[in-house]
Design a protein around this ligand. Structure first.
Ligand SMILES: [Fe+2]
Length: 744
């Protein structure tokens, strides 16, 4: 406590109390040598060598167009952030930081012995300023502001408030929000406006803080006041260039910075940062939709989309704009000459008293490509008969015959398949090796009437062929396609292929990467906090729909994994990780990404629950249901199969009492936006889902109507019981996956 001293000076109180204090007769800037009341906070000014000279305090938010932010609170420290827009873009600019325990800046906190800290806004970092303030008291609210001193005036930013974490041994409940997915294009932040009415210790942002595309018609909205047009158009990736539907994806450093500048121009988002410290991780859109590592996936494998330099520009802008603490390297500054992915490590752990430890993970940097790549050759055999025979797995009924296409039937099918590949602009050299004969026959049928069609294989040619697993068994029938590789994968083949490939090469299927996974397992296993909380950017729980009984083309009468770009795409890695975490009690994952609310559990191999997951919906981005509808109506194959009608039913299908495809899933709400608030105590982990109709996001609704626009669902997990409880009008009921019912 000796290191923490407070100061009450005439200088500051005169300025702050009135906002525009009495005139100063001298513009001399006084900070470091002002009279300091060491430790007492009584403002006596003892020990002063010079007389503080009052500065007129002038509110100057225009100098700080993204306002202020704080982040990564620890018991004794916090990161404070601003961006200064003063003078020309190419020069560095001096500014100051003041911290106080009151909003009037009467009780000033000394920063390295001074009433204010001198800082520099560097042009090379877009004039973003980050400072790590230390020697603070735990569980304490602090107020802070940045300023530039000119002409006898202290021109100040908006005042931010932050709050340090409780001491590690403090028996203190923690209340925080978790949020994700705040698309700006055509959307307004009613969710933040409502969130800002709460009292919270902090906000966890689980990713998609920005979207890298300006107005992708596949999923983004438009409105005149809420759009982005890149200043550096030449530096962006242009789609539909020169047409009315042109849109861009960020690529240059200025593109990414512009997105942060634009998003954080929003008053409701600014206020959230002014009111609460944020703990931020990224998902995909901070770099590129559905990215893995430094690879984008706009073109479904039609071109190589690996771009380490683009990834690093995205990382640099993220580092500049997000108030993140690199505790083990407190002076860390982004170095664009570092070797990716070691340029920036964002996974980290923070402790909040006795009851909560938060592990924040990075699921994008170290993950593998999709198990079935969008450009995987649909006929390619993935598991041979011999490989199947070497396992304890019985040959499944969907396995099919295959042969070496170069020699099968005298090689007469190779030119045919190569010509189809060439027509699809697919590399013909990849039509090689073992190819599924079912796939071949499907191509022959689909191309009936072609003059160059080879004679189909005869019974003798088919006789005795070995049987194995091929790419098209997952539903991926197109040369470049997302069906079966990214969305709507057939459940049984997908899980079996993953399982068998994982047994042969476990390192190939990655979510966290081996170093981070070990860090996560060690941290969760070794923690003595009442609750181990895992901030995880995309959904852990399996989401299957079963449409086997629907009147559909045979190909679509399936159990489908709805999306396999998240943990459902790494089912074997997930299962292995869950087993490693099996003995960690009171483990809760909080998740974003999917633009839907889900609550449920993750089963271990023995069927019992290993952990509970609460998935919060998007703050503003189009909901999961809307995305499914757009996908279903834009893909011709899906459209023809009536997938749009299915998309309307998805929520019912996910929790269907007839088919019970996801018994662990206690709650699914896929067509509303919102945010989530968690309260963590010794005995329970409570989560309130605040849901608002998606259509509300098209305008900023009136403040008077905000409260009524939200519906709250109250959920709870209790110590020692990895299950979900729900409040039904005052009666708490527990979801029982075995009976598929809420039970009192
Ligand atoms: Fe998102």
């Amino acid at each position: 406590m000796q290191r923490r001293t407070f100061l009450k000076t005439l200088l500051v109180s005169a300025g702050a109390l009135s906002g525009l204090a009495a005139c100063a007769d001298d513009s001399t800037q006084t900070t470091a040598d002002t009279g300091i009341a060491d430790g007492s906070g009584d403002g006596s000014g003892s020990g002063s060598d010079t007389t503080p000279v009052p500065l007129i305090v002038v509110s100057a938010p225009a100098l700080f167009p993204q306002s202020v932010a704080s982040g990564d609170p620890r018991p004794g420290s916090v990161i404070l952030w601003t961006r200064l827009l003063d003078g020309d873009a190419s020069s560095d600019t001096a500014l100051e930081l003041e911290v106080a325990t009151d909003a009037d800046f009467a009780d000033i906190v000394l920063l390295e012995g001074s009433a204010s800290k001198q800082l520099t806004a560097l042009a090379e970092h877009d004039h973003c300023v980050k400072v790590r303030v230390t020697d603070l008291s735990p569980a304490t609210s602090y107020f802070y502001r940045f300023s530039v001193v000119r002409d006898g005036e202290r021109r100040v930013s908006n005042t931010g408030r932050t709050r340090t974490a409780p001491a590690t041994d403090a028996d203190t409940a923690v209340r925080f929000a978790f949020v994700s997915c705040q698309d700006f294009a055509g959307k307004y932040y009613n969710t933040y406006a409502r969130l800002n009415r709460e009292e919270l210790d902090f906000v966890v942002h689980l990713g998609d803080y920005i979207y890298e595309t300006t107005s992708d018609p596949a999923f983004q909205a438009t409105s005149p006041g809420r759009s982005v047009t890149f200043d550096d158009r030449e530096g962006s990736i242009l789609f539909n260039a020169g047409t009315e539907s042109e849109f861009g994806a960020a690529s240059s450093l200025d593109n990414y910075r512009q997105l942060y500048r634009t998003y954080r121009s929003d008053a409701d988002l600014q206020q959230a940062h002014e009111r609460f410290p944020f703990l931020v991780i990224w998902d995909d859109h901070e770099f590129s939709d559905d990215c893995h590592g430094a690879t984008a996936t706009y073109f479904d494998g039609r071109q190589d989309e690996l771009s380490v330099s683009r990834r690093m520009r995205a990382n640099q802008a993220w580092w500049e704009y997000q108030p993140v603490d690199y505790e083990d390297r407190p002076d860390f500054a982004y170095d664009s000459s570092a070797a990716w992915p070691d340029d920036l490590r964002i996974y980290r752990r923070l402790r909040f008293g006795r009851h909560m430890e938060l592990s924040l993970t990075d699921l994008r940097t170290y993950r593998s490509d999709h198990l079935i790549a969008e450009d995987a050759y649909p006929g390619q055999v993935l598991v041979t008969a011999d490989q199947l025979a070497a396992t304890d797995v019985a040959t499944p009924d969907f396995a099919s015959p295959y042969a070496d296409i170069a020699t099968f039937a005298g090689g007469r099918f190779l030119p045919f398949l190569q010509s189809l590949a060439a027509e699809g602009e697919y590399p013909t050299e990849r039509v090689t090796g073992l190819v599924s004969i079912d796939y071949l026959q499907g191509r022959i049928t689909a191309n009936a009437g072609r003059v160059d069609l080879p004679i189909p294989p005869n019974a003798a040619e088919l006789d005795g062929l070995p049987v194995g697993l091929a790419v098209h068994h997952t539903g991926k029938s197109g040369l470049f396609s997302q069906i079966g590789s990214r969305y709507l994968a057939r459940k049984a083949p997908y899980l079996l292929i993953s399982d068998l490939l994982f047994r042969a090469a476990p390192e190939a299927e990655q979510a966290l990467g081996s170093a981070q996974e070990q860090w996560l397992v060690d941290g969760l296993s070794g923690s003595d906090a009442s609750w181990k909380v895992w901030a995880n950017s995309f959904t852990l729980q399996q989401r299957v729909v079963d449409v086997t009984s629907f009147r559909l083309p045979d190909d679509f009468k399936q159990k489908f994994l709805l999306s396999v770009e998240d943990w459902d795409g790494m089912p074997s890695r997930r299962a292995a990780l869950v087993e490693r975490l099996a003995d960690v009690p009171n483990l809760v994952a909080i998740t974003g990404d999917i633009h839907a609310f889900f609550a449920g559990t993750l089963p271990k191999a023995d069927g019992s629950a290993a952990l509970v997951e609460y998935v919060g919906s998007s703050l503003s981005s189009g909901t999961y249901k809307t995305l499914l509808l757009k996908t279903a109506s834009s893909d011709p194959t899906l459209r023809d199969a009536g997938a749009a009608a299915l998309a309307l039913l998805v929520e019912e299908l996910l929790v269907s009492p007839e088919t019970k495809p996801n018994p662990h899933l206690a709650l699914a709400d896929i067509d509303r936006n919102g945010f989530s608030i968690a309260t963590v105590s010794a005995t329970s982990f409570d989560v309130d889902f605040y849901a608002i109709a998606e259509r509300a996001a098209s305008a900023r609704i009136a403040d008077a109507e905000l409260d009524a626009a939200f519906e709250v669902t109250r959920l709870q997990t209790r110590t020692g019981d990895a299950s979900v409880w729900r409040d039904f009008d005052g009666i708490w009921k527990r979801w029982n996956p075995a009976t598929f019912a809420w039970e009192a």
